[in-house]
Design a binder for this molecule. Structure first.
Ligand code: AMP
Ligand code: MG
Length: 341
């Protein structure tokens, strides 16, 4: 067991913004690692030019070494240090979505650290939409930053949820409150035609198609193309069941009747009309608004796993746009998926 790091916690305010930047940038420039805010989820960041620091990220997260990291930049010009080729599709997407939650795949330039790319000859890059982190990158240069969580767990959307996991494993935590989006960035490969969405995320397929025409989703089993997607992901620490469809209210009432009285159950639903109170059942309504539901989804899972024995997630109201990304996370985090009750 390695010695614990004395993690410094900074709660970001207008007053300490510059001081926080100074502290975080010095830590990163000296080979440390930092939990930083982004608009999607919190990240654990290291300089892409410091291989030992990159190694510390993998250790802090217990992340498989073949799972590549997303490089965060503060200006599209920095792409020139990472790749020799920016195709027309990427240019259009950058123009439309950066800064923002879209990660693009490029051919990696010679000399990019193999730890960052997980040994691939491609590199994933995005420009986050967060004032603190953009300024930080201006000071440090590009940062490799995967989500702030132990590998396999739901991503961190507020510090209280991930503090126990990461305290003592990183040099500094910059706390800016709950993030704006709550789901990770969309990862798209434009090196092939039509482009392929490797990871569903905050920017929907429909939004991308408005800019560059038809794109596709990668099919299950294409894990080697985006290594991260082959691992079990986003999973709370208790048994989780996703029910995709409820065919009649009677079936729902029947389900509630059969739930074991000896266990504490957490139910997550999306704007359903659920009446009544049930002993030992904790109900969270994440609403029929996909932005709201996405923002609070991981936080709800993390709170529930601490207070219930089992989680049941009820059907989504719609199946397009951001709902598709949210459903991807629900399915990956669930132990059991029931098509219909
Ligand atoms: P994380 O930052 O932990 O939320 O995960 C980053 C995601 O980006 C993972 O699913 C990785 O597999 C994916 N990724 C990073 N670099 C590449 C790459 N060069 N090619 C394909 N996917 C990548
Ligand atoms: Mg992650």
């Amino acid at each position: 067991m390695k010695n614990k790091l004395p993690t410094k916690i900074i709660t970001l305010t207008e007053e300490n913004f510059k001081e926080a930047l100074k502290i975080a940038s010095e830590i990163i420039s000296n080979g440390g690692i930092a939990v930083i805010p982004t608009e999607t989820v919190y990240g654990i960041a290291a300089s892409i030019y410091n291989s030992d620091a990159i190694q510390k990220i993998f250790e802090a997260k217990n992340r498989p070494m073949d799972n590549p990291l997303i490089v965060h930049i503060s200006d599209p010009k920095q792409l020139n240090d990472l790749t020799d080729e920016i195709n027309e599709t990427s240019r259009k997407l950058i123009q439309q979505f950066w800064p923002g939650p879209l990660t693009l795949i490029f051919k990696a330039k010679e000399g990019v650290d193999k730890k960052v790319t997980g040994g691939l000859n491609t590199i994933a890059v995005r420009m986050p939409d967060n004032a603190f982190t953009l300024k930080l990158i201006e000071m440090t240069g590009p940062l490799a930053a995967p989500s702030a969580n132990i590998s396999g767990k739901p991503s961190g959307t507020e510090i209280s949820d991930i503090f126990e996991e990461l305290n003592g494993k990183v040099d500094v935590i910059v706390d800016e409150g709950i993030v704006r989006c709550g789901l990770e960035s969309t990862v798209i490969n434009t090196l092939i035609n039509p482009p392929v969405i490797l990871r569903k995320g905050t920017i929907s397929k429909e939004m991308i198609e408005k800019v560059v025409g038809v794109v596709t989703f990668s099919s299950p089993g294409e894990g080697t193309i985006s290594p991260g997607t082959k691992y079990k992901h986003y999973a709370p620490g208790v048994k989780t069941t996703y029910i995709k469809k409820i065919s009649s209210p009677d079936h729902f009432n029947l389900l509630m009747g059969t739930i074991s009285k000896d266990k504490k159950i957490g139910i997550i639903h999306f704007g359903l009309d659920i009446e009544g109170s049930y002993k030992n059942i904790k109900i969270e309504n994440l609403s029929g608004n996909p932005e709201y539901a996405s923002k609070f989804f991981y936080r709800t899972l993390r709170k529930m796993e601490k207070s219930v024995d089992e989680i049941i997630i009820l059907p989504l109201p719609e199946h397009h746009g951001l709902w598709i990304s949210l459903e991807d996370r629900i399915e990956r985090g669930s132990d059991k998926i029931i098509d219909v009750i």
